[in-house]
Design a protein around this ligand. Structure first.
Ligand SMILES: *Cc1c(COP(=O)(O)O)cnc(C)c1O
Length: 388
């Protein structure tokens, strides 16, 4: 561990070894479908710190990365330079020049975006500038709708007028991959096939196809279907795992994936309150007995969800201690009555392992009524990330 440049004892420990191991598992899994893995590092690598995550992934041979927007990509220059960077959330007005200057690869979903790009690339550019097209097969989020033949034709026609642009890939995003019982992925795959045929009839044969997130990589039927679609069109397949890189997703442990991040703090103060005594805002906790309360210097401004109030647990000396009362902006109280030797400065695990016990992002998500993705992304910039 590098020596921590912080004094308030609340920090996240992030493991290079775990990230490397997860990446290698995903790359091998992708290779089984003759595919390459794009490492999704949007949202500061799901809250882990994209600068460090990138250096680990680049050292391990990763060449394709995905961020959400130009602003994220610019923050990660010059690390991304010389590698391929997908910008997933389209192209906003005024972004075309920087997108071209930094050789980023935007995922487009409209003729208007295509026109902005065409304007930013000289007609004579060689090789042509690569762009990707998203097909909306069921997310209703972005992209040209799979059955909007007129829009697909207009996109193809506009592209044909701009030899300086290359449609390198057609992609889509699935809505329900983590649920193998859902029929939605099969439906989305059919819709992707139809959109690709519509484009093929208009002379478009993309060198790449990409679809599928972390869950897809471990669903044999999805992988077989994607591989088949790519082969039929003579395209190479890319897959886009995100959460699995960080050790989460369906049955992650079974698949050898390890959580990359732990979140820790220390007991800052201790007090005993009488039976009946209140704790925190609005006295939502009342002591049922004389109760030992420990103060933790972490709160919802650090991303420790307020819905954990009176519901979440932390690990102290290898035991679980419940949160007492409301999580406040900067501080949280826990009940350590049953952990007799709990002392000031004891290390407290909010997320991660201690002794033989473990609290995962999925556990926190369950208590807070959300998903592991949000738990990880929400960990605030005020929490230093300490890599080892
Ligand atoms: C975030 C995202 C992914 C990664 O999804 P995970 O479920 O984290 O693997 C893939 N593709 C797109 C378009 C995304 O927005």
């Amino acid at each position: 561990m590098t020596s921590p440049p912080f004094t308030r004892p609340t920090w996240a420990e992030v493991s290079r070894t775990a990230l490397r191991s997860n990446y290698r598992i995903l790359r091998e899994q992708a290779a089984r479908a003759d595919a390459d893995a794009v490492a999704v590092i949007k949202a500061d690598a799901y809250g882990h710190d994209a600068v460090e995550a990138l250096s680990v992934l680049i050292d391990n041979g990763c060449d394709w990365f995905a961020v959400t927007c130009l602003d994220e990509a610019l923050l990660l220059q010059p690390q991304l330079k010389g590698h391929r960077t997908l910008v997933l959330s389209g192209l906003f007005a005024g972004e075309a020049a920087d997108t071209v200057r930094h050789a980023l690869t935007p995922v487009l979903g409209s003729v208007e975006q295509l026109a902005w790009l065409a304007e930013a690339v000289p007609q004579s550019a060689e090789p042509p500038f690569a762009l990707h097209l998203e097909i909306d097969t069921g997310m209703a989020r972005q992209g040209i709708q799979w059955n909007d033949t007129a829009a697909l034709a207009a996109f193809a026609a506009h592209l044909a007028q701009h030899p300086q642009l290359l449609l390198e890939a057609v992609m889509t995003h699935f809505a329900s991959t983590e649920d193998p019982s859902s029929m939605q992925t099969a439906e989305q795959l059919d819709r992707l096939r139809i959109a690709l045929a519509t484009l093929r009839d208009r002379g478009i044969a993309p060198p790449l196809i990409h679809a599928g997130n972390s869950a897809s990589l471990f669903e044999a039927a999805q992988m077989a279907a994607l591989r088949d679609i790519a082969q039929q069109g003579g395209s190479r397949l890319l897959l886009r795992p995100g959460i699995a890189l960080y050790g989460y997703g369906p049955r992650a442990a079974e698949r050898g994936l390890q959580p990359v991040l732990s979140w820790k703090t220390r007991i800052a103060a201790l007090r005993t309150i009488a039976a009946g005594g209140p704790v925190s805002y609005n006295a939502t906790f009342r002591a049922a007995r004389p109760t030992r309360i420990a103060l933790l210097p972490v709160g919802y401004a650090d991303g420790y969800n307020r819905l954990l109030s009176n519901r979440g647990e932390v690990l102290v000396r290898g035991h679980r201690a419940p949160i007492a009362g409301r999580v406040t902006m900067d501080q949280t109280m826990i009940d350590v009555t049953d952990i007799a030797d709990a002392a000031i400065n004891d290390e407290v695990v909010l997320l991660g392992e201690q002794g033989s016990d473990r609290i995962t992002a999925d556990d926190l998500a369950t208590h807070a009524g959300t998903i592991a993705y949000e738990v990880l992304c929400a960990i605030g910039t005020r929490v230093p990330r300490v890599w080892s």
